[in-house]
Design a protein around this ligand. Structure first.
Ligand code: DC
Length: 221
């Protein structure tokens, strides 16, 4: 029996993971956060002092980096070489590194098979940058979720504050705009709306409204 997949792409801080998690819970789907996989690789290179510009070294070390996913009480756990790194990958530094290494084709290839394998096994709602365009071109429903940069920066700011991380709103907004540029301008699998994706601007929508909209769109798909 084939699985039903939902793809959610969009820029940093649009609320993809919050929305995808709540849709997954309501529908009993598995939530797959692909950004966390790029972040785990980013963490590995930061820890090993391998700069994002050193493509040759990055490509050479890829075979020795083991990234896997498991689920505990419905929560996705990213394992990096056997270590649960969930608590270490949510910093702006790691997010930036993830964005800087994500244009490398070999990096994307490494994670592509892991992502497609998960979607073949279960009904998933998967979020990222190239899910609708590249990873799951046959997804039942594709959403391109966005919000204005100011709203996205405020949401990120709030999220970091709640986790007790000290941060500066203007710096976050600058960082978000720079990361969008990086993710949209890369040659391989850039962030872009798939032709058959529904554009959803959730700047003025609550999580509940956005979730309900996606569930209604799935019923129509
Ligand atoms: O969604 P996030 O902020 O956790 O993602 C971190 C970075 O990883 C993002 O800036 C670009 C990269 N990424 C990607 O290139 N493709 C994906 N499917 C997911 C993330």
């Amino acid at each position: 029996m084939s699985t039903i997949n939902i793809a959610i792409d969009g820029p940093a801080g649009a609320g993809k993971s919050t929305i995808a998690k709540s849709v997954a819970k309501e529908l009993g789907y598995v939530y797959v956060d692909t950004g966390a996989m790029y972040r785990a690789l980013g963490l590995y290179f930061l820890r090993n002092h391998i700069p994002a510009e050193d493509t040759a070294k990055i490509v050479k070390s890829l075979p020795e980096i083991d990234v896997t996913i498991c689920y505990e009480n419905g929560e996705q756990i990213v394992m990096l070489c056997g270590e649960n790194v969930n608590g270490l990958i949510r910093t702006e530094e790691v997010g930036n590194m993830a964005s800087r290494i994500s244009p490398i084709p070999e990096v994307r290839e490494k994670l592509r098979d892991l992502q497609r394998g998960l979607a073949r096994k279960e009904n998933v709602i998967m979020d990222g940058r190239d899910i609708g365009t590249t990873i799951l071109p046959d997804a039942r429903l594709k959403i391109f979720l966005t919000a204005s940069p100011v709203v996205r920066a405020k949401r990120r700011y709030q999220e970091l504050l709640e986790r007790g991380v000290e941060c500066d709103l203007n710096e976050i907004e600058r960082d978000i705009i720079q990361r969008d540029e990086q993710d949209m301008s890369r040659a391989v699998s850039p962030l872009r709306r798939a032709e058959d994706a529904v554009l959803l601007d959730c700047s003025d929508m609550t999580v509940e409204e956005t979730k309900n909209k996606i569930i209604a769109l799935l019923a129509e798909a």
